[in-house]
Design a protein around this ligand. Structure first.
Ligand code: COA
Length: 278
């Protein structure tokens, strides 16, 4: 059953442990209006700690993943209300992207179509990203006269080599899903008709992993980038020991099932986590 957010601009369905969260403004190509940003935070809040949600997938209804910020509602109408209103809508937008970057559950962006500018925040916020070959990605800001703000420039430099980031930001040309995968904006690109099946397959692999270890892992990958080797080494020890305080049996069970029971091989797949309740 599909549920709608308060204002109907976000839709979600939970199926077999996967929350399919959709931008639901297809007539506006899922542009991020202040209302949409508020509704998205509401939905992320509602889903984050539900036991029936193991993976969250973010995608778009209709032809667009998300056509970036809403030029009318987010920029023009808000700017007309002054500084306070501008800062408030920025906080709401950046707020849900930040929530998504550090979300409790693993997250996957399923880029089904247009993906512009302000959509790069949530794209980067998702741990993994899969695109349709038919999708179009662009830092279109330069085409309407601004720099790629709202973190978009940072996303480009995090994910792309310098020359590609600079070209992408300065030229305002779009790239398709395949090029986005070649450049590293997404993990993979495949025909739209196969996209959901592939994302489901990936989500199902994640659902079999130890959820405490997954959260520790995704945070570690995001955090160690700016650390020195020694700092990272130390952080990773602390992070694992902190994870142990929530799940002190999972890894012991993982060792037991391999070494004693020989029921699986970690090199080839995950242990049966359901035999120990986290
Ligand atoms: N902000 C506000 N409205 C937007 C929007 C955005 N970012 N993107 C699309 N829309 C609206 C259009 O104004 C139009 O509204 P209307 O039906 O009331 O006239 C509706 O969505 C459909 O858009 P349209 O341009 O007719 O669709 P299309 O399929 O021909 O083109 C795009 C799709 C995505 C190429 C085009 O809408 C576009 O360039 N959008 C802006 C992308 C962008 O630069 N985003 C900002 C990045 S920060």
């Amino acid at each position: 059953m599909t549920e709608l957010s308060t204002n109907g601009v976000v839709a979600y369905t939970i199926e077999n442990g996967i929350a399919w969260v959709k931008y639901n403004r297809p007539d506006k190509r899922n542009a991020q209006s202040p209302t949409l940003n508020r509704d998205m935070m509401e939905v992320l809040d509602a889903l984050e700690f539900r036991d029936d949600v193991g993976v969250l997938v973010l995608t778009g209804e209709g032809e667009a993943f998300c056509a970036g910020m809403d030029l009318k509602e987010y920029f023009r109408e808000t700017e007309a209300q002054g500084l306070g209103a501008t800062r408030r809508v920025q906080r709401e937008a950046y707020g849900w992207w930040r929530r998504l970057r550090w979300y409790q559950k693993p997250t996957i962006a399923m880029v089904n179509g247009w993906c512009f500018g302000g959509a790069y925040g949530p794209l980067f916020a998702c741990d993994l990203a899969f695109a349709a070959d038919e999708a179009q990605f662009g830092l279109s800001e330069i085409n309407w006269g601004i720099l790629p703000g709202g973190g978009a420039t940072k996303v480009a430099t995090e994910l792309l080599p310098f020359r590609k980031a600079m070209y992408h930001a300065m030229m305002g040309e779009n790239i398709d899903g395949k090029t986005a995968a070649d450049w590293g904006l997404v993990n993979e690109s495949l025909p739209l008709a196969q996209l959901k099946e592939r994302v489901t397959e990936v989500a199902n692999v994640l659902l079999k992993k130890n959820p405490v270890a997954l959260k520790a892992t995704k945070d570690a990958v995001r955090r160690v980038g700016i650390m020195s080797y020694d700092d990272a080494e130390d952080y990773l020890i602390r992070a694992q020991e902190a994870a142990n305080s929530y799940d002190n049996d999972g890894r012991k069970e993982g060792i037991k099932q391999f070494i004693d029971e020989k029921s699986y091989k970690p090199g080839l797949g995950a242990y049966d986590k359901d035999r120990v309740k986290v």
